[in-house]
Design a protein around this ligand. Structure first.
Ligand code: F0G
Length: 443
């Protein structure tokens, strides 16, 4: 497969990027490429990342700038991504495609925190983004890059959230969206979004890993811009979760960040963001990162736990968003775990759904994959790795309404192999006051 390609563009020449002090660099061999070249991999085959020149950035000035923009109603600083544009993609505003995203709540975890066993826990709800998942932060940046490069067609493989997000942003930017999804294996809310926003939706006979392989080949052969998190601009936008959380904590650095791991882009972005803030001098320590995988989709956990080379697995889990056996960003993820003295944990289907019931009942709510966060925190507290007194920030990646089937089936005790420990069953009654009274007394 080619490692770089031309893209379909109306203009003969690519729009020259007006981007300050940025380049692409291979995470393995260090080879550098210009930022306006369409490529996702180095010639050596490894992943690329965006490198910023951080030398001319002053910590004090930058923090002041970000704080001044907080609450702005003005484009593009009304976005919780573009507020930090100097550390993401310092580009002319005319290219920016924004919904606007971010500005999501950082909740006190309440009952969910008690369940996890920590005294000070916050949950950052990335399901409150415009298309209801954390993907919007990376996507605004990815689609902006596509616009700068003059692309007219964009594509991704997805377990559902990336495709929903890409479909929406592509539509706003006037681009054609093509999504590759595993047939019958994505949550209904997500499929509905891709169709509704007008993406050409290819349901492939295969799983997400097959779709990921296929989309890379198709993009390369048909000169379509690839918007999976292998695209280094996606990772840049995703970094804004860390920036926004720290700003919401008035720049107090938590002891832990806990988040689910699937294709492993999000935790790679988080560690990159924290390292850059540390290098600039905005924070004086790097928090520890805990990546939580579903037991049935745990290649990073196996590698980390057994200290063995990376080996893909056949993935199966109720948390369909992270049903991924061969994650593309595992190398970036491992590097980030080293930077942050991080850990990897796995959780069972039962642990995911019980934690989900707790997060939902706390009035916060999230889709199953997100709930690895609380399930994993609980396990790490019980193992003595996270301290009860630590300040913990868990990231909830997707909205409860993305996957209503999992909710209803849990509460109706219809999930095979999973006990509905905290079921809240609906009660069927006749339409009379008497029947209502009786039901209320009995329940
Ligand atoms: N949580 C949710 C809700 C997700 O949709 C995903 C990934 C993850 C966690 C894992 O994040 O891949 O960065 O480690 N969903 C992708 C998709 C793969 O296609 O929507 P990751």
């Amino acid at each position: 497969m080619r490692t770089s390609h031309k893209i379909n563009t109306e203009e003969k020449n690519l729009v020259k990027l007006k981007v300050r002090n940025m380049k692409l660099r291979c995470i393995e061999c260090g080879r550098e490429y210009p930022i306006d070249e369409v490529r996702y991999r180095c010639d050596c085959g490894d992943l690329l990342e965006v490198v910023h020149d951080l030398n001319d950035l002053d910590a004090e000035n930058l923090r002041e700038l970000f704080d001044k923009r907080w609450g702005s109603m003005q484009f593009p600083y009304n976005s919780g991504v573009w507020r930090y544009k100097e550390l993401i993609l310092d580009v002319d505003d005319k290219f920016i495609v924004s919904k606007p995203e971010g500005n999501t709540n950082l909740y006190r975890a309440g009952k969910a925190g008690e369940y996890a066993g920590v005294k000070r826990m916050f949950l950052k709800h990335e399901g409150e983004n415009p298309t209801a998942s954390f993907k919007d932060r990376g996507m605004t940046c990815g689609v902006t890059a596509a616009k700068m490069l003059g692309c007219k067609k964009v594509a991704c493989a997805s377990t559902g959230n990336t495709s929903a997000s890409m479909a929406a942003y592509a539509s706003i930017a006037g681009m054609e969206a093509i999504v590759f999804i595993p047939e019958g294996k994505i949550a209904f809310g997500k499929l509905a979004q891709a169709l509704a926003y007008g993406a050409k939706t290819l349901q492939i006979e295969g799983n997400f890993d097959d779709a990921m392989q296929l989309v890379q080949q198709v993009c390369s052969e048909l000169n379509i811009y690839l918007l999976n998190s292998i695209n280094p601009f996606r990772i840049e936008g995703q970094k804004a979760i860390a920036f926004e959380i720290l700003q919401q904590l008035n720049w107090e650095v938590p002891d832990w960040f806990v988040l689910p791991g699937g294709n492993l882009g999000n935790n790679s972005a988080l560690s990159k963001a924290l390292r850059e803030l540390y290098e600039i001098g905005i924070i004086d320590k790097i928090p520890r990162i805990a990546v939580i995988q579903a037991h049935g989709a745990n290649p990073l956990y196996r590698m980390w736990k057994n200290k063995t080379p990376f080996k893909p697995v056949q993935a199966e889990t109720i948390a369909t968003a992270v049903k991924i056996g061969n994650p593309v960003s595992w190398k970036k993820s491992i590097r980030g775990l080293k930077w942050s003295n991080g850990v990897v944990e796995e959780v069972s289907e039962q642990e995911i759904m019980d934690a989900k019931a707790m997060i939902d009942r706390a009035g916060i709510g999230a889709e199953p994959a997100s709930c690895c966060t609380v399930a994993g925190t609980k396990k790490l507290v019980e193992a003595g790795i996270i301290n009860k007194d630590d300040l913990v920030v868990g990231i909830l990646t997707g909205n409860l309404l993305k996957d209503p089937d999992s909710v209803v089936n849990y509460h109706l005790s219809r999930l095979k192999g999973i006990k509905s420990t905290y079921a809240n069953r609906p009660i069927k009654i006749k339409a009379t006051v008497k029947a209502a009274k009786q039901a209320l007394i009995e329940s």
